[in-house]
Design a protein around this ligand. Sequence first.
Ligand SMILES: [Zn+2]
Ligand SMILES: [Zn+2]
Length: 130
Amino acid sequence: MDFEKLQECIRRRFANSSRSREALFRVLSEAGESCLNVEEIRERMLATYPREVSANTIYRHLEFLQECGLVRGVQAGASRVFCLRDGWECYAVCSRCGTAVKMAENCSGCLDRMPDAELIVIYRRCDGCL
Ligand SMILES: [Zn+2]
Ligand SMILES: [Zn+2]
């Protein structure tokens, strides 16, 4: 978990720290390779954070975290999903159900083929939709 990077960004931007932002960050880091939409983030926060957090607040926190370079938003069908950024950024989005996952580093040699790429999004059917 990269809480240090979060603290550093908060200091750099003279922002107030926020318990709900930290809870959101924790939800994304515990989601591992799965990218989550705002509704999924909200549901998971209900389990870990004592107060209900509005979708607006979640959007605001996500904006902040993206500006810090800690979170990546990926378009997955009609909705936008969010993942923590860590290292190589390659995402697979299911073209049918919109499920989005972070691929392992250099998942299919794409790093070798496009070493200067900042972000790769692959659209394909997920295992459940094959
Ligand atoms: Zn699917
Ligand atoms: Zn890849």
